[in-house]
Structure formats: C-alpha cells, structure tokens
Write a protein that binds this ligand. Structure first.
Ligand SMILES: Cc1cc2nc3c(=O)[nH]c(=O)nc-3n(C[C@H](O)[C@H](O)[C@H](O)COP(=O)(O)OP(=O)(O)OC[C@H]3O[C@@H](n4cnc5c(N)ncnc54)[C@H](O)[C@@H]3O)c2cc1C
Length: 401
C-alpha cells in the first residue's frame, strides 16, 4: 500500500520503519529540513519503560495551589485567551483520579514494553549508534509522603510483572555515587533496572539511514509543509502541501503538537495541548561527579541522562501555548539547581539550552490508529513519553492496517 506519513519526528520515523517491514511503500513528509527537529530534538533521553506514570495523577489536586502560584514551581500555567486551553485543563483535572491513573499506567506499560522488546529484538537498531545506554533508571525522592505514594503505585506495577525495587538512601548512593552531593535531602528511591537512555535525535537519524537503505527505500521529503488534509466524506482525497497536491492510499498523521491544527483541517478534533519543557546539554567535566545511571529527581522534577560525554538535564512543564521562546527565568532556575546539586559534574553555565513542546492528551495516553476516516490513521499525543513509546506505538498502528 502507498502510505504517506506526516511528520519526521521520533513517532513518524518509527512508524515509517515499522510500515516498511510490512512491505508498504512509504513517503515521509516534514516541514523541517531534516529529521527530529521538533520535540524529539533534545528531550530528556529517557527510555523509561517502567516509569510511565502520567502527569494526570490524584496527587495533582494536593499540589494544585502551589503549582499554580509558586513562580519556582516546576509546573507553570499562563492563562491565555485560548478557550481550548481551559477545556483541556478541565479534562486533565477530570483525569486526575486513581482509577484513570492505573488504567493509563497499564496501557502505557504495554506500549512501553513492546517498544523495549522491538528495540532489543532488532539487530539493525541494536547496532545503530544513538548513545543507547542500559544502566537502569533511579527515581529519587526528598519527601516521605511522595516516596510512600510512589511505592504504592510501584507495587501495582510490580504485581503485573514490572521489575522495580525500592531503595534506601544508602542503597541509592551505592548504586549511583554521584548522588553524594544531594544525599542530605534524599529519603530513598525506586530503581527500574530495565530502563534505558538514548539520544532521540540520533535515533531519528539512524532510522532515516535504515529506511532509506537500498533494500528499504522510503522517500523522505523535507521542506514540505502539509497545509491541509483534504477530506471528502469518509475519505482523505489528498494532501495540500507546499510542494503541491500529494496522494496515497493511506495517510498517517504523526505531526506532534501540530497534529491538532492539521487534524482540524480534516474535521477531527484532537485533545492535544503543548506542554513546554526545557533541556540543558553540557559536556561532562568530572565523570565521577556526573551520574552514570539515569536519575529522576522528583523534588526538582528533572531527569538526568549521560549521552556519551554529554550530560543532559530536562525539566519544567509549562502550559503557555505553542511559544518556543526560551524563558531565561525558567532555564536560569534549572541551571541554578543543577549547579547546586551537581556542582563538579559540568560547567553548567556552558549548557546548550533547548525548549520543546510535549504533545499531551489530558490522560497522558497517545491516540493511535483509526479515527473515523477510512484512509487516515493517527499516531499522536505521546506527551512526556514519546521517545519511550515510539516503537511500540508504531507497531500497534502497523498491526491494525
Ligand atoms: C523537555 C522535554 C523532555 C522530554 N523528555 C522525554 C524523555 O525523557 N523520554 C520520552 O520518552 N519522551 C520525552 N519527551 C517527549 C518526547 O520528546 C515527545 O513525546 C516526542 O518527541 C514526540 O514525537 P513526535 O514525533 O510526535 O513529535 P515531533 O518530534 O515534534 O515531530 C513532529 C514532526 O512533524 C513535523 N510537522 C508538524 N507540522 C507539520 C506540517 N504541517 N507539515 C509537515 N510536517 C509537520 C514537525 O516539523 C516535526 O518534525 C520530552 C519532551 C520535552 C519537550
């Protein structure tokens, strides 16, 4: 079948890779001039297969006043004139209950473990170069109630077979000695040995290399903006692009945060809101002072990953619309915290700053597959976990074609 994938981020590239395995003729379109230039560019690098708790969690209610009013809070909300922002927020708050959180964790857990399995089973991907590291993920806590709640949620996952271990502070330090600089404020952690880290941009490039190899010839069309998905009744009749009209048997929408706007041109209303975050990438100055294990610091709401000789720190969740401008007040806070926590690991003032938008649905669950239009499939709304879920989501979509 002739298939056009809209979007060459980690979701679109994984989709193209997986569709080619089923013998389809694939073209990938992107408005950027190369792969991975959107949210997949410099994300937190976490392949957090067993840490898939959504943002929509019952604890949000308790934290809400602080989240909305404290300027140093890791989550920021700037009310805008956009009616959709409020509708999305209401749906998000409605999803902040235990039943929904467990349901989401279960669905994301399935997609994540499928992603992990595909990565581990593919000879092509295992031998690709994308700074893939399998040191596990250590989530550290600075407050007992948060740790206790996380343990309860972990018990739920452990009961369904996930390998997660509760660690004391001393055990955290034995596992990751670089945490010595913040030991004074830790109360313990949870370790997921099967979690991994990698560079999403490099994986996009490796996927491009694989899908354009002579035996698997996908067509990559960059600098090609899709202006409109032209719908006629229950069918897509073609795409109006900056290069003219394009047609295929089937279309896959994988345009990250832009999927909502593009979906609207075909009459579908996708509940995807951009949640802005930042990353810092900095050369490691002292290997001993920089974590080797992937670390998530719940108190700071940041993740740290080693990508070769670079340390990547990512954090912040700002509901401020689609503006990609770097807010130096937010990055300044991240840099100040990083300096205080891991002063010898890197010269944090030299960090390369990046802002990206997480394409988030209210529940945290992506939207994959059919959408009521016969020849259009969706692979959108992966929020804070798009890198982790990419291969599994692509697989789910491909299986249903
Ligand atoms: C700060 C931050 C940290 C994160 N950390 C992690 C992490 O540690 N682990 C994890 O799993 N996930 C993480 N994420 C989430 C993850 O990065 C995203 O979920 C993922 O990148 C989404 O991929 P995507 O392919 O859907 O979107 P994108 O990567 O944005 O790709 C969409 C593509 O569509 C193209 N496009 C858009 N509109 C059009 C159009 N009209 N015509 C043609 N092309 C178009 C864009 O140019 C873009 O290339 C993080 C995100 C952020 C912002």
């Amino acid at each position: 079948m002739k298939i056009i994938v809209i979007g060459a981020g980690i979701i679109g590239m994984s989709t193209a890779w997986r569709l080619l395995q089923d013998g389809h003729e694939v073209t990938v379109l992107d408005s950027a001039s190369s792969t991975g230039q959107g949210s997949s560019f410099a994300n937190g690098a976490q392949l957090s297969y067993s840490y898939v708790a959504p943002l929509a969690d019952p604890s949000v209610w308790r934290q809400l006043p602080k989240l909305l009013t404290d300027p140093a809070s890791p989550v920021q909300f700037r009310p805008g004139a956009d009616y959709f922002q409020y509708r999305w927020l209401l749906s998000f708050l409605a999803a902040c209950n235990q039943r929904q959180a467990y349901e989401t964790i279960e669905r994301l857990g399935d997609l994540a473990s499928r992603s992990r399995q595909l990565l581990h089973e593919s000879e092509d991907l295992r031998t690709a170069e994308f700074n893939w590291s399998q040191t596990g993920k250590l989530v550290v806590y600075s407050a007992e109630p948060g740790l206790a709640a996380a343990r309860r949620q972990a018990d739920h996952q452990i009961a369904s077979g996930t390998d997660k271990r509760a660690l004391t502070t001393d055990e955290c330090l034995t596992l990751e000695p670089a945490l010595a600089s913040i030991a004074h404020r830790l109360v313990g952690g949870l370790f997921s040995p099967g979690d991994e880290t990698a560079d999403a941009l490099l994986l996009c490039r490796e996927l491009e290399r694989l899908i354009t190899s002579p035996d698997k010839p996908a067509t990559m069309l960059y600098d090609t903006r899709v202006e409109r998905i032209r719908r006629e009744g229950r069918k897509i009749a073609g795409l109006e692009t900056s290069r003219g009209k394009m047609e295929a048997d089937l279309y896959v929408l994988a345009a990250g945060v832009q999927s909502r706007a593009l979906g609207r041109t075909a009459g579908i209303n996708l509940p995807i809101y951009p949640i802005k975050g930042y990353s810092l990438s900095v050369p490691i100055a002292s290997s001993a002072a920089a974590p080797s294990v992937s670390v998530t610091d719940i108190a700071r709401k940041v993740v740290l990953a080693r990508l070769g000789s670079t340390l990547r720190l990512a954090g912040a969740a700002d509901l401020v619309g689609t503006d990609l401008k770097i807010d130096t007040r937010r990055t300044g806070q991240l840099i100040a915290d990083a300096k205080a926590d891991f002063p010898a690991a890197a010269n944090w003032d030299d960090a390369v700053l990046w802002a990206g938008l997480r394409p988030a649905t209210p529940t945290g669950q992506p939207i994959i597959g059919e959408c009521g239009i016969d020849n259009l499939r969706l692979n959108v709304g992966h929020g804070a976990l798009g890198f982790t879920l990419a291969l599994g989501s692509a697989d789910q979509l491909a299986r249903d074609i």
